[in-house]
Design a protein around this ligand. Structure first.
Ligand SMILES: *Cc1c(COP(=O)(O)O)cnc(C)c1O
Length: 394
């Protein structure tokens, strides 16, 4: 067993060696520009991209023409929200989202507000789930878009996507979801889930960093987004820029592997996660954050009252985990996601997110349990001891 142990798979995942293998030729012999139509170098690159488009589409039940490649989910979220606002602002100027979204969604919404849009940031219930009645009440004839994440990156809570999309559609709005943490981990289907736009990222599913995709529905309804990057008209005019062919091939392979292995992987990881959670909850005054039934299989976010997360993390040098404490240059701000569940600052600061992944072994989980328990039994000395060590990674 190698130390430290990586239990921060919601921040990023190691690349699967099979993904790397698929990518390698596209850096060297198959180096062509996928937009070069006049010679085989371009055709070979384009074939790689086309195949990846099919692999991505298949994983989410889409058709390949509905997949727009981007530089990652931050760009996909921005393209979806700003692009829908620009395209449909004559129809209405109102967007509904939630307070627990990733910053990529929240900040894109703030940008839209600067452009004259109105945004409702729905609170969530104590367990992190959206209140469907509140959602219903927030819908107006001006609402053009509802954006709710599929699975939360900090607490793993899975939103009732079918119900949410039905409410959006009933009021004539489009439904967009940041599904970065859900795609490849649990079944996601754009048709049965009623999704019009969906953001995903390769590096959260054992693919490379710096590449992602936006699904944009083409039928029932045909959705359009205004490009945020102008140039050569790539990706059906929605996202210009020479395609990152090796990255895209890697994203495709990562999606294919998830499709094949998701079911068994989810079973294995949820069993390990439950083992970890059960052991840690034996400690006094420890609590799971977020709904435990509607939750991603590989995540457990646990607060340990009386222990400060940063101090705990400093003591647990052999575990790479994230804490609910995020350090900004001047202050120690606790996680806004945990705060929105109603947690006190202290309890939010004392939380640890354990994110298991494809390469996590049972031996590693056993070791994590042992280290955490040891530290907690001597926790008094760590209380409020934490210094600004690292930012929580999302
Ligand atoms: C990681 C993450 C993002 C950002 O994705 P990048 O590809 O790193 O830009 C967006 N949303 C969620 C929920 C994430 O976990």
């Amino acid at each position: 067993m190698n130390l430290p142990i990586y239990l921060d798979n919601n921040a990023t995942t190691p690349m699967d060696p099979r993904v790397l293998e698929a990518m390698l030729p596209y850096f060297t012999t198959k180096f062509g520009n996928a937009a070069s139509r006049n010679h085989p170098f371009g055709w070979v690159a384009e074939e790689g991209v086309d195949y990846a488009r099919e692999q991505v589409a298949k994983l989410i039940g889409a058709s390949e023409k509905e997949i727009i490649f981007t530089s990652g989910a931050t760009e996909s979220d921005n393209l979806a929200i700003k692009g829908v606002f620009e395209m449909y602002k004559e129809k209405g100027n109102h967007i509904v989202t939630t307070v627990t979204e990733h910053k990529a969604v929240l900040d894109a919404c703030k940008h839209v507000e600067k452009l004259g849009g109105k945004v409702t940031y729905l609170p969530v219930k104590e367990d992190g789930l959206v209140d469907l009645e509140l959602l219903e009440q927030s819908m107006t004839p001006e609402t053009i878009l509802v954006s709710v994440m599929y699975g939360n990156n900090e607490i793993g809570v899975i939103q009732p996507i079918k119900e949410i999309s039905a409410i959006a559609h009933k009021h004539g709005a489009l439904f967009m979801t940041d599904a970065v943490q859900a795609v490849g981990k649990i079944p996601v289907n754009v048709n049965t889930d009623g999704i019009d736009l969906l953001a995903l990222s390769a590096h959260k599913i054992y693919g490379p960093k710096g590449v992602g995709a936006l699904y944009v529905r083409r039928k029932g309804p045909r959705v359009k987004v205004t490009a945020q990057m102008d140039g050569g008209g790539h990706e059906r005019g929605m996202r210009s820029g020479t395609l990152n062919v090796p990255g895209i091939v890697g994203l495709g392979k990562a999606c294919e592997l998830c499709g094949q292995e998701m079911e068994s992987e989810a079973k294995r990881l949820s069993a390990l996660r439950d083992k970890l959670q059960t052991s840690l909850l034996e400690l006094e005054e420890s609590y799971v954050n977020g709904n435990v039934e509607h939750r991603l299989p590989h995540v457990a976010n646990i607060s340990f009252k009386y222990v400060e997360g940063e101090g705990l993390m400093m003591a647990m040098k052999d575990l790479a985990v994230s804490s609910g404490s995020a350090c900004t240059s001047a202050s120690l701000e606790p996680s806004y996601v945990l705060k929105s569940l109603g947690l006190s600052d202290d309890l939010a600061h004392s939380s640890i997110r354990f994110g298991l992944g494809r390469f996590t072994t049972e031996e590693e989980v056993d070791y994590a349990i042992e280290v955490t328990k040891n530290q907690l039994t001597t926790s008094a000395s760590f209380h409020r001891f934490g210094k600004c060590l690292k930012k929580v990674s999302t």
